[in-house]
Design a protein around this ligand. Structure first.
Ligand SMILES: Cc1cc2nc3c(=O)[nH]c(=O)nc-3n(C[C@H](O)[C@H](O)[C@H](O)COP(=O)(O)OP(=O)(O)OC[C@H]3O[C@@H](n4cnc5c(N)ncnc54)[C@H](O)[C@@H]3O)c2cc1C
Length: 483
């Protein structure tokens, strides 16, 4: 902890559930908070699938973090990708384009979340993108609607079938929600909108290597979700492991070892996550362990060995019984903020009570008017679960205006089957591929280097800052691209 004249500096990495809620919990504390995130918005990930399927606009679920925090005078927001954390000198290094910023901290809350995991097959990402960011959701919207557009132009039967086959890989909540929405969109919103194809004939396949749909929610709710999806025409293929993916389809290995191919242009990956590579950086310096998903095995107070003021929360922390869900991140970062405040009031880290997770339950929506929910021992599905799902998601969307607009968009879609966000652009569909191609060709697409010289750095921190390379190739960025 810092002594002397300067205010206690808290750096928060990430502006997701952990980052934002941790920062807000420090609102009245006698600290300066710096939020550093590589996205300028607070993203409500649970509704990304509705952006991908044209129900909501990106602005409704991703307000600008600095606007959300504008009234919190002790907080500032810096845009940048954190590429290094120096626990000894207590600095965080971030990059915006080629600009390098080194920010000192007294306390650190690391909430950089998780990326998509392809279980070692990162080459699948090009053909089966995941859904973790606004970019992903808009690209996916472009891929889904773009496939219908191409099918309308095709006169080849096999090609049309391939274009009108949509495969969602991973039957967790995201996969279930996405498969349900693609089916609803093709059966309702797009019905009658084409002249050469019938969108209602689109084939939606939800597949998973596991033997069940929604495994964490138990057999009863998993079966209820699967039944509802089947009624909507979604094909569910379980015990089916994806072993290869290319531009035109994928290869699936059955439990008995046989392999088969599915021809499909549009594939979505929602099968696994791996924690931010920042976890490994922290683990290496502190001696903490990381689990197979790259999450840091934190101490009972969510810190890492030898660093009582460095908290790792949310999707980056491995704590028994805490799922990778919004509540885990919210409760973890709020706990960290309280611990920092208690420290300022004189509490020793040794006296902290361990973090305790309060399980508020989990939900997944399957289609309009149908969801599954588990709250404690209570399990229910159908219309009332869906109403509960609507209310809960509205409650957690940040900003009064966003809630009103979201409610209106839902009203329009659920009552009329229309969707207000069916626009796609060439950039959304091809930008990622184009950027990768540019980068691989060595073309310089970013301006020259600037290095910040933060006035508040101590001598060792300044030395650490000076040692930073000026135009690095961030490892984290490479990993993110792969996912
Ligand atoms: C599609 C989808 C649907 C989901 N549905 C649900 C649901 O229905 N219910 C539920 O409870 N949970 C759901 N989740 C999970 C939930 O969203 C996460 O558990 C939660 O967001 C984790 O919060 P976090 O703060 O740890 O990470 P995130 O919310 O992912 O935030 C990470 C932040 O870190 C920033 N960041 C990452 N790397 C860096 C870096 N190197 N430098 C700077 N900034 C960085 C990102 O820009 C972001 O701001 C869903 C997740 C997804 C992807």
């Amino acid at each position: 902890m810092s002594e002397g004249t300067h205010r206690h500096k808290v750096v928060v990495i990430g502006s997701g559930f952990g980052g934002l809620f941790g920062t807000k919990a420090l609102k009245r504390a006698d600290v300066d908070v710096t939020v550093i995130a590589k996205t300028q918005h607070h993203l409500f990930q649970p509704l990304l699938y509705q952006v991908a399927t044209g129900i909501l606009s990106e602005g409704e679920i991703a307000p600008a973090s600095r606007v959300v925090l504008r009234k919190q005078k002790n907080a500032q927001v810096l845009l940048g990708e954190v590429t290094d954390i120096d626990l000894e000198n207590r600095t965080v290094t971030s990059h915006l384009l080629d600009r390098v910023t080194v920010t000192p901290f007294d306390s650190l809350i690391v909430a950089a979340g998780a990326n998509q995991s392809y279980f070692g097959n990162d080459r699948f990402a090009e053909f089966a993108p995941g859904m973790k960011t606004i970019d992903d959701a808009l690209e996916l919207r472009g891929r889904i609607l773009g496939a219908f557009e191409q099918a309308e132009l095709s006169h080849d039967h096999d090609e049309r079938e391939r274009l009108l086959t949509f495969v969602v890989i991973g039957a967790g909540p995201t996969g279930v929600e996405l498969a349900g929405q693609i089916a609803e969109m093709s059966d309702n919103t797009l019905k009658g909108a084409f002249r050469n194809i019938d969108p209602t004939e689109a084939r939606v396949i939800l597949l998973d290597a596991a033997p069940a749909v929604l495994p964490p929610m138990g057999e009863k709710l998993g079966n209820a979700a699967a039944d509802r999806l089947r009624k909507m025409g979604v094909e569910i293929q379980l015990n089916a492991m994806v072993v290869d993916v290319d531009a035109d389809g994928l290869v699936v290995k059955e439990k008995d070892g046989t392999e088969r191919r599915i021809e499909a242009q549009c594939k979505v990956w929602s099968a696994g996550v791996s924690a931010s590579p920042l976890g490994k950086i922290i683990a290496e310096q502190s001696g903490a362990e990381v689990d197979r998903a790259g999450r840091v095995k934190v101490l009972p107070d969510l810190t890492v060995p030898g660093n009582p003021n460095v908290f790792v929360v949310g999707d980056m922390m491995a704590v028994d019984g805490v799922p990778g869900m919004a509540q885990g991140a919210i409760q973890g970062s709020t706990y960290a903020a309280k611990a920092i405040k208690a420290g300022l009031a004189g509490q020793s880290p040794a006296d902290r009570k361990p973090f305790k997770y309060f399980d508020k339950g989990s939900m997944a929506t399957v289609s309009r008017a149908s969801a599954v929910a588990k709250v404690g021992k209570l399990e229910f599905s159908g219309f009332f679960a869906w109403l509960g799902w609507l209310a809960l998601h509205l409650w957690y969307i940040v900003g009064y205006q966003n809630r009103v607009i979201t409610l209106t968009s839902w009203g329009v879609t659920f009552l009329t089957n229309k969707r207000g966000q069916m626009t796609i652009t060439e950039q959304q569909v091809y930008a990622r591929t184009a950027l990768d191609a540019l980068q691989n060709s060595g073309t310089k697409v970013i301006p020259p280097v600037h290095t910040s010289s933060p006035a508040a750095l101590s001598a060792p921190q300044a030395a650490a800052a000076a040692a930073q390379p000026t135009a690095p190739k961030p490892e984290a960025e490479k990993a993110e691209k792969a996912g």
